[in-house]
Write a protein that binds this ligand. Structure first.
Ligand SMILES: Cc1cc2nc3c(=O)[nH]c(=O)nc-3n(C[C@H](O)[C@H](O)[C@H](O)COP(=O)(O)OP(=O)(O)OC[C@H]3O[C@@H](n4cnc5c(N)ncnc54)[C@H](O)[C@@H]3O)c2cc1C
Length: 402
């Protein structure tokens, strides 16, 4: 029988939000590898050491290159598979998850997909082997949330591009072989004049001015990079204002943003696992803590938020354009939800673990988990800027921007 004049096939597939079985297996294997590699990962944070040997092992297993096209040595896997792997890594090691994220979803992926072939050949194989990384340098002291205020310039001349300005809080900036720099490349005002130019870290005039120690995640330090570089090859202009411009730069950024959402889902899962194990095992007042309704409700709320965040993350990672870049609004929803639940789960875990939650990381990982994830409601688009984006979309088109 027709319903509303439509002949609907009752056997048609429903909405599938499950990971394909192969991706689950891939993620399980990634988690097992990370648990072997990261037994001492609190030391990486404490000593501010990037684990190059362990990252190279990830490279040798194809993990760093999983999303990159096969012609540059990658596995050509869909974004969803990469997000599932990164989520699984983050359940064991934030540092290994972040290193994988930078290689698989970050600037090197932009080079693989839309970079000049010579840039690809020069940088991508080394990144996929875990020998170097490419950083993304957007933020400036006076241009944080508002990219229209970016002052770094890239000026073309017959001798190549001259790049001049100072970037701050560049993740891995002191470790990188090259920086993908957002710069003002045309006289057009605001974001319309912006594009990306790739600058070698060892080019004369490219200087790491300082490295920040921060609340957590110190294995991957953030750096201030000063640029006064001349003679940058024309092909290094990866995105030009008149060819894709700011819109393409932001579209490519969605690959990074959805990876952050994946990391946050993994971190939230880890924090909740620690808390739930404790509540099950710990007996106080003659009963396991897990039998206390107030604690059950706290866990239930967070589980609900995490499940919603994972579904949003998987959906966003599944809906990508021809370059493998996810949709902006999907990604904003996912990153907002996942970073929120990661921070609140990490904080709740500390409360639910009692004193164990605040002893230093060599005795219990909970305090480090909160420190590692705290920055991720700021990095990759602050929660407020994502809310601005979602609010604008909802109010301009209705239906939440759909
Ligand atoms: C862990 C971490 C890693 C990072 N890695 C990199 C990197 O690799 N490369 C890079 O270039 N940058 C990086 N950043 C920098 C990051 O992109 C910026 O911190 C971010 O864009 C915000 O800029 P800001 O910190 O200057 O904050 P500000 O712009 O000064 O904002 C301060 C606060 O005000 C809010 N706010 C600002 N404008 C508005 C508005 N219009 N409406 C409502 N609220 C608003 C913000 O959301 C924020 O809460 C990283 C940051 C972190 C925390």
């Amino acid at each position: 029988m027709k319903v509303l004049d439509l002949d609907i096939d009752p056997s048609a597939a429903g909405l599938s939000l499950e990971l394909p079985a192969q991706y689950r297996e891939l993620a399980d294997r990634a988690g097992q590898l990370a648990s072997r590699l990261a037994a001492d990962d609190h030391k990486w944070d404490a000593d501010g050491l990037f684990p190059w040997p362990e990252v190279a092992v990830l490279g040798s297993h194809g993990v760093l290159g999983m999303t990159h096209p096969e012609e540059v040595g990658g596995a050509g896997l869909p974004r969803l598979a990469a997000v599932a792997v990164i989520e699984a890594l983050a359940r064991h090691s934030f540092t290994l998850a972040e290193a994988t994220q930078i290689a698989a979803n970050g600037p090197a992926y932009v080079l693989s997909t839309i970079g000049h072939p010579r840039l690809r050949e020069r940088w991508v194989p080394a990144v996929l082997a875990g020998e170097t990384l490419v950083s993304i340098a957007i933020t400036e002291l006076a241009a944080g949330s508002s990219l229209a205020e970016i002052a770094t310039t890239a000026t073309a001349s017959p001798d190549g591009w001259s790049v001049s300005g100072t970037k701050c809080f560049v993740t891995g900036g002191s470790l990188a072989g090259a920086h993908l720099v957002m710069a003002r490349m045309s006289p057009a005002e605001g974001v319309r004049g912006l594009g990306y130019v790739l600058v070698d870290a060892d080019a004369p005039g490219c200087v790491v001015r300082r490295v920040h120690r921060k609340i957590g995640g110190n294995a991957t330090p953030e750096a201030v990079i000063e640029l006064d570089v001349a003679g940058v090859a024309d092909e290094a202009a990866v995105i030009r204002p008149d060819a894709g411009g700011f819109a393409l730069a932001m579209q490519s950024y969605n690959a990074m943003r959805i990876g952050i959402a994946g990391i946050c889902c993994g971190v939230a899962r880890r924090a909740l696992d620690l808390a739930e194990d404790h509540l099950r095992q710990r007996v106080q007042g003659g009963r396991p803590l897990s039998s206390r309704q107030g604690l059950q409700w706290r866990v239930a709320e967070l589980e609900l938020e995490l499940e919603a965040a994972r579904l949003l993350t998987y959906r966003a990672a599944s809906r990508v354009d021809a370059h493998g870049f996810p949709d902006a609004l999907d990604t904003a929803r996912a990153k907002l939800a996942a970073s929120r639940v990661a921070v609140s789960s990490a904080d709740a875990a500390i409360q639910l673990l009692g004193w164990r939650g605040i002893v230093s990381a060599e005795d219990h990982p909970a305090e480090r988990i909160l420190r590692e994830v705290r920055g991720w409601t700021i990095a990759g688009g602050t929660s407020e800027s994502l809310l601005n984006m979602l609010g604008r979309a909802a109010l301009s088109t209705g239906g939440g921007g759909r």
